[in-house]
Each structure stands twice: as structure tokens, then as C-alpha cells.
Design a protein around this ligand. Structure first.
Ligand SMILES: Nc1ncnc2c1ncn2[C@@H]1O[C@H](COP(=O)(O)OP(=O)(O)OP(=O)(O)O)[C@@H](O)[C@H]1O
Length: 337
């Protein structure tokens, strides 16, 4: 059973405080009528983390890692099997209605809008549900229509909107009551590159303007890089990383690549300490060396290279984050039972 207590001390400034949170599902596996067996799945397994007010966290994990289940417990849709969760200082299950007025939630693949109503009507209804006084919310609605570029379809029934239009409409709906905390579950899924980019710009701007805390689950690492400063990575319901992106890159030992342009043909740089030659053009004018930050530094590599030829230009390619997260999963694999 969920233990709902207001956590003291460190939680004072926390907008989300999760302690030893677990959720177990019992699934009946199909078989013959007599052979049907029960299996338990620990969708979330003793998860502990705290999110400070105003922070932005990317909540990452493979399919089935437990992200949506966590969010459902944070928002009060699902009762924990054990442990506790406090969101905006409230017990999400027992105080779900109060909590709904303080958070905004968008599930990319589900809608909170009324299918047959235009967005404008949905917003009017939501303002009534949230009991936003008088016309106080109208300026906010108009700001959202403007910033999310909704004007051309705000009077069209939701069922006629494209996915990108609907998601923008959903995000406006989630922000209409100016929540302290915005929770987005895969908000950019299925959006084209331009729509994704616009949405990221909007979300970053809202955070800067209103100080909204942001919890984001996504498979899109560009979202994480652009919108969050902290990553919580889960695997099989357990936390496997909590920290920033450079820390994660360091932990998995991901490689960076130094691209060097020389002023004159240079022999292949095959023996620079702490590096591996990835590629050299036939004349050696451009060469690519990979190195692991932590084993050596860009400065040390450059010093060694400069002794062998005049470097005209250089750039460093950062590791691909998808690859970094994949490495993290592989590195934790042997420790799971
Ligand atoms: N209602 C349920 N009944 C039984 N099992 C469930 C239920 N909801 C989730 N699960 C199981 O719990 C585990 C975690 O699921 P969850 O949806 O939280 O993962 P996720 O990280 O959000 O995945 P995705 O990225 O695919 O959305 C999975 O093994 C899933 O099958």
C-alpha cells in the first residue's frame, strides 16, 4: 500500500519526491485453460529521486522500462504497490483533483481534448474545470494561441487536426491554468523535424518566462539535450543513472572524435598516446582521432599532434547520445538478475 506522508527536509523545495516507489503488475500468460500461469512484472522497482522546483528532467528508458508507470503514479492515475510519491506537496492519489489544478500533463499518444469540439471550446471547458476565475485565463489562452501558432485551426474540431496540430493544442490545454509542473510523455513522437524544433523552442521559452518545472519522457535524445539539464535513466523499473549528460558520457567512456586539418600533408597519426586513428585522407591533410575523455584530454591530444604538423583548424565531434544510452544499458546488463 502507498505510504502517503509529507516528506520533510530535502523535500521542502521538491516538486516531485519519490521514495522506494514500486509498482507490480500481475499478468496472466495465455496457455491452455488448465495451464494458465501468473507472472509478476515489477514495472517500477524501488525508485527514489527528487526533483527541485524549476528543474527540467529527461526521464529516459527503453520500451517497457517503466516510464509511463512512474508518471501515472506521480500524477495519481495509478496507485503504487509500495513506497511513496509526493507531487507539489500533495498525495497524488488522495488529492488528485487538487493536484490536477497544479500540474499539466500531456501523453503524446492519448488526448485530453474533446474529439468533436474545436480547441477554443475545449479551452473554455478546461477553464471551467480548473475553476479559473472570470476572464483571467483569456490572456493566457491568447498567449498560447500566439506562441504555439494555433490561430489557423483553433476553431476546427479536434478530430480534423493533424497530429502536429493536435499535440500543440494539447500542450496549450496542459498549460492553460499555468501549472507549476508540466509532465510530457513523448511529446514529439511522430512530429516532423520542423514541428519538433518549434515545440522545443516554445517549451524552453515557457520555462524561462514562467519557471515551469518540466518532467519529460522521450526517446528523442535531441529533446533531452535541448530541454533538460538532468537525466534519470531507468531500466527494468530501476534507476541506472541520475546526473547530467557529460557525466553520463564520462561514465560509459564514450569516445569523442577530434577532426584535424593540417597546413601541409602529414603522415597518418597512428601512435598519438590515448587516441585511435579513425580516418586519414590519402594526403593526411585531414585526419580524425578518437579519444575517451577521462583517459586523456583534448589539450593533451592537440599538444602531441602539434609536434607532428601545423594544425590549421580543428573541431570536436561529441558522442551520439543514443549510442551513449545504449552503452549504459549494455554496461548494466551483467548486474541484473
Ligand atoms: N496495466 C498493466 N498491466 C500489466 N502490465 C503492465 C501494465 N502497464 C504496464 N505494464 C508493464 O510494465 C512494464 C513497464 O511499462 P511502461 O508502460 O511503464 O513502460 P515505458 O517505459 O513507458 O515504455 P514505452 O517507452 O514503451 O512507453 C512493461 O513490462 C509493461 O508491459
Amino acid at each position: 500500500m502507498a505510504i502517503a506522508v509529507a516528506h520533510a527536509d530535502s523535500a521542502t523545495d521538491a516538486i516531485i519526491d519519490v521514495r522506494s516507489l514500486s509498482r507490480r503488475f500481475t499478468v496472466r500468460s495465455p496457455g491452455g485453460r488448465l495451464r494458465r500461469t501468473k507472472k509478476t512484472v515489477d514495472a517500477v522497482d524501488a525508485l527514489t529521486f527528487s526533483m527541485q522546483r524549476g528543474a527540467a528532467i529527461g526521464y529516459i528508458g527503453a520500451n517497457g522500462a517503466g516510464k509511463s508507470t512512474t508518471i501515472k503514479m506521480i500524477t495519481g492515475i495509478l496507485v503504487p504497490s509500495s513506497g511513496s510519491v509526493v507531487t507539489c506537496g500533495l498525495d497524488p492519489v488522495r488529492q488528485r483533483k487538487r493536484l490536477a489544478r497544479r500540474i499539466g500533463v500531456v501523453f503524446g499518444q492519448r488526448t485530453q481534448l474533446w474529439w468533436d469540439l474545436p480547441l477554443r471550446e475545449s479551452y473554455r471547458t478546461l477553464a471551467a474545470i480548473h475553476r479559473l476565475p472570470g476572464d483571467s485565463w483569456v490572456a493566457r489562452r491568447d498567449e498560447l494561441i500566439d506562441r504555439l501558432d494555433l490561430a489557423s485551426f483553433v476553431d476546427t474540431p479536434v478530430r480534423q487536426l493533424s497530429l502536429g496540430q493536435r499535440i500543440r493544442g494539447e500542450i496549450a490545454a496542459a498549460l492553460l491554468h499555468s501549472p507549476e509542473l508540466l509532465i510530457l510523455d513523448e511529446p514529439t513522437i511522430g512530429l516532423d523535424v520542423l514541428s519538433k524544433e518549434r515545440l522545443r523552442v516554445f517549451l524552453a521559452e515557457q520555462r524561462a518566462l514562467h519557471g515551469t518545472s518540466l518532467l519529460l519522457t522521450t526517446h528523442d535524445m535531441d529533446d533531452v539535450q535541448r530541454l533538460t539539464e538532468r537525466l534519470v535513466v531507468v531500466d527494468h523499473g530501476q534507476m541506472i543513472y541520475d546526473g547530467d549528460l557529460p557525466g553520463l558520457v564520462h561514465r560509459v567512456g564514450a569516445e569523442r572524435v577530434m577532426v584535424l586539418d593540417f597546413a601541409a600533408p602529414t603522415p597518418p597519426l597512428e601512435d598519438v598516446p590515448g587516441t585511435r586513428l579513425v580516418h586519414s585522407e590519402p594526403d593526411g591533410m585531414r585526419q580524425r582521432l578518437s579519444f575517451v575523455p577521462g583517459h586523456t584530454t583534448a589539450g593533451a591530444v592537440l599538444a602531441s599532434v602539434s609536434a607532428r604538423g601545423e594544425v590549421r583548424d580543428l573541431s570536436i565531434e561529441e558522442p551520439d547520445i543514443e549510442d551513449v544510452v545504449r552503452r549504459l544499458y549494455l554496461s548494466t546488463e551483467p548486474y541484473r538478475q
